[in-house]
Design a protein around this ligand. Structure first.
Ligand code: PEP
Ligand code: MN
Length: 265
């Protein structure tokens, strides 16, 4: 007897045609390669305004900015929380650019989703089923990042949790997995992109920043992601990466970001 499939609605068998997701007027998964860019953490309104201007000028279509940060150490900067969320909302409106941020707590999903165009479920929460169900109940796109220790099947099961609640607007993100390799922060599993294209109709983007952990590697991994058929990228950049409150080592400065955007064309 066949074992029942662990995911169905997100599978390619369920829907032959690729799904494209409308993110504040920008289509992800419709053929155009979409770059999401911005700081790891929102640190001030001024910092975010600079990032938004630079992102737009260079052709990025969505602005990222962490408000609630899932840090490994409780002593590390945890994000400016709802203050950051209001900056993100304001700056997005001011520059007419859709915005994305991560939500950590199922109880905060409705408030966070009200102020952004996409809600992100981070790698550390990919199997938080309460959070998956909560974002499954809203009417906003969800960026679901692969857990650093999760298989592709587990990622698709997590996406299935969201879709079974009624929200079909799911974008998958490969952001590196943990391996024995220590020269990079994680190991970017580029093969996940073509594998996922076979298994699911959902769009898939790549996060080269968290995978690499070092800014020098970000351009090569970005170009590789495009070459293997990703629908886009999510990249960290900062006006002064060395002063960033989180993930400065992997954040591009504005010159590096501009150069990468030109290279990607
Ligand atoms: C992030 O995008 O800022 C982040 C924390 O990513 P991840 O969940 O992939 O570690
Ligand atoms: Mn980060």
């Amino acid at each position: 007897m066949n074992k029942s499939p662990s995911y169905q609605l997100v599978s390619r068998a369920y829907r032959e045609n690729r799904t494209s997701i409308n993110v504040g007027g920008i289509q992800i998964g419709a053929g155009e390669f979409v770059v999401i860019a911005g700081p790891c953490s929102v640190e001030s309104k001024e910092q975010l305004l600079l990032c938004a201007e630079e992102a737009k000028r260079c052709g990025a279509k969505v602005l990222r900015g962490g408000c609630f940060k899932p840090r490994t150490s409780p002593y590390s900067f945890q994000g400016l929380g709802f203050q950051a969320l209001s900056y993100l909302h304001e700056v997005g409106k001011f520059h007419s650019i859709p915005v994305i941020t991560e939500v950590l707590d199922a109880r905060e999903v409705s408030e966070v989703s009200r102020q952004v165009d996409v809600v992100q479920v981070g790698a550390r929460n990919m199997q938080n089923t309460a959070l998956l169900k909560a974002v499954g109940a809203i009417d906003k796109p969800v960026l679901l990042k692969r857990g650093m220790m999760s298989s592709i099947e587990e990622l698709l099961c997590a996406a299935e949790y969201i879709v079974t609640q009624g929200n079909e607007q799911v974008i998958l993100c490969e952001r590196g997995i943990r391996t024995f390799e220590t020269t990079t922060r994680y190991t970017l599993d580029l093969s996940a992109v073509p594998v996922l294209k076979e298994l699911t109709h959902l769009p898939i983007i790549v996060d080269p920043s968290h995978a690499a952990g070092r800014r020098s590697l970000v351009p090569a991994l970005s170009c590789a992601a495009k070459a293997v058929g990703a629908d886009g990228l999510i990249i960290e950049m900062h006006p002064q990466p060395d002063l960033a409150l989180s993930d400065g080592a992997q954040s591009l400065d504005f010159m590096e970001f501009e150069r990468l955007m030109l290279e990607l064309r």
